[in-house]
Write a protein that binds this ligand. Structure first.
Ligand code: AMP
Length: 290
């Protein structure tokens, strides 16, 4: 496994990696790797060879009052985990390599990023799209792997990729969860013991919705009431938003139809967590994947 810290070197290695009929796969991350990230790497390894993984804590996607400074950084352990999985390239540039002095350009996907995560975290998605566009340009992978955990992010990146003819295909992978259902996240490291217990309410609330849907409930108001009932029973959890949205437009829907997501963000202690479930039509009913 080759560890690369500069854009010039990564471009050269990626050009080499794409030669002939080889299929270059790419997994962008911010490090502090857990099984969620590693599931993306395994998916990439199944479908592609060689595989590149980036580790870059992107300052542009953190708001001024967010956790950029304390975001967990575990580079040596990350490298060992990626090496063990057979990754070919780790791209870990310092911030000034990605944003040299005088950097001025950003990319915005209109209309999909103003609500939900975008409302609570102004500028967040612009930071994500800008860095991912740069990474796509540097690596030019055939396939790129993202988690459904960040459903709005992946929808925005799919739009950017289509709009700008970026030539990489985005593969969306399932959410990997802890044994008690908590979606894996680098930010789970911030949770103390009480927070950690309370945090399972997010998963439990989505499961409650899944049960209601399997009983035939399709009304959005009633499904969200059920979700709120579970969340409100957990005093350690302060919901930020909970919505059922069309999977394509990310606009709220009144009742289940077509593909949609139930999206959820909440503060647990000082930590902000997100989670979601995918709702898909299945014959006359709907299947909910948590
Ligand atoms: P991050 O390091 O948080 O920027 O995440 C990098 C990639 O890993 C993104 O595509 C995330 O959606 C994905 N990811 C993070 N957590 C999970 C999880 N629990 N299951 C699946 N994918 C995840």
């Amino acid at each position: 496994m080759e560890t690369i810290h500069t854009v010039a070197w990564m471009k050269q290695a990626a050009a080499e990696a794409r030669r002939g009929d080889r299929i270059l796969g790419f997994v962008p991350t911010m490090g502090a790797l857990h099984e969620g990230h590693l599931s993306l790497v395994r998916a990439a390894r199944k479908q592609c060879s060689p595989v590149a993984v980036s580790i870059f804590v992107n300052p542009k996607q953190f708001g001024p009052s967010e956790d950029l400074q304390r975001y967990p950084r575990t580079f040596e352990a990350d490298r060992a985990a990626l090496d063990a999985l057979g990754v070919d390239y780790v791209f870990a540039p310092p911030p000034e390599e990605i944003y040299p002095a005088g950097f001025r350009t950003s990319v915005d996907v209109e209309g999909l990023g103003e609500r939900l995560e975008g409302r609570t975290r102004p500028g967040h998605f612009r930071g994500v799209t800008t860095v991912v566009l740069k990474l796509f340009e540097i690596v030019q992978p055939r396939f790129s792997f993202f988690g459904r955990k960040d459903a709005q992010q992946v929808r925005i990146l799919q739009q950017m990729t289509a709009d700008l003819n970026l030539g990489t295909e985005i593969v969306v992978c399932p959410i990997v969860r802890e044994a008690d259902g908590l979606a894996m996240s680098s930010r789970n490291a911030y949770l103390n013991e009480d927070d950690r217990r309370a945090a399972t309410a997010l998963f439990r609330s989505l499961e409650a919705v899944r049960r209601e849907v399997s009983r035939g409930e399709c009304d959005g108001v009633r499904l969200l009431a059920e979700l709120r009932r579970v969340l409100d029973a957990e005093p350690g959890v302060a919901p930020d938003y909970a919505e059922i949205v069309d999977a394509d437009t990310f606009e709220p829907v009144r009742s289940l139809r077509k593909r949609c997501y139930i999206l959820l963000a909440a503060r647990v202690g000082s930590t902000r967590l997100i989670d979601n479930a995918l709702i898909e039509p299945e014959g006359e009913t709907f299947r909910v994947t948590v």
